[in-house]
Ligand binder design. Structure first.
Ligand SMILES: [Fe+2]
Ligand SMILES: [Fe+2]
Length: 151
């Protein structure tokens, strides 16, 4: 799975974390094709879950700071995704089930494409527009150009 420009939110740190999630998806897909993947998949799932938890915390902190009007439904999507990753982690740990890694790769890809190109982009646009408006008010200028902000 390759990173595409359409996945960019315009907030550098969030985009870097999304790129890392894409890398996890690629690792799960590779593990699914490789029978020796069984040895490192449990650790990989654990690292992916920890990273996704961290990433969701970052976005939830941003939503709280703004504050963001759709924070509750956005956070609910995060909780659902985490619950699903935890379920797959248990499945892999309990049974060493080979389908768990393929399912996890699909789940994470779905999370990325479904959530990032909708919810995360709306959040980023809201944050950038708010920042743009505030920097205009403070500087008395036309403000920064959307998408050029580095948070
Ligand atoms: Fe999100
Ligand atoms: Fe995200």
């Amino acid at each position: 799975m390759l990173w595409k420009a359409e996945y960019e939110t315009g907030i550098r740190n969030i985009d870097e974390q999304h790129r890392a999630i894409v890398e996890f998806v690629n690792l799960f897909e590779q593990a699914g094709e490789n029978r020796s993947g069984r040895n490192y998949v449990p650790g990989l799932i654990s690292r992916a879950r920890t990273f996704v938890e961290f990433h969701f915390r970052v976005e939830e902190c941003l939503m709280q700071l703004l504050p963001y009007p759709d924070a509750e439904s956005h956070a609910a999507e995060h909780r659902n995704t985490l619950r699903e990753i935890e379920r797959l982690e248990r499945l892999e740990c309990q049974t060493g089930h080979e389908s768990a890694r393929g399912e996890l790769a699909r789940q994470m890809r779905g999370c990325l494409l479904g959530h990032i190109v909708t919810g995360d982009k709306w959040l980023a646009q809201y944050a950038l527009e708010l920042y743009d408006g505030q920097s205009s008010a403070v500087a008395g200028t036309s403000g920064t150009k959307l998408g050029k902000v580095v948070c």
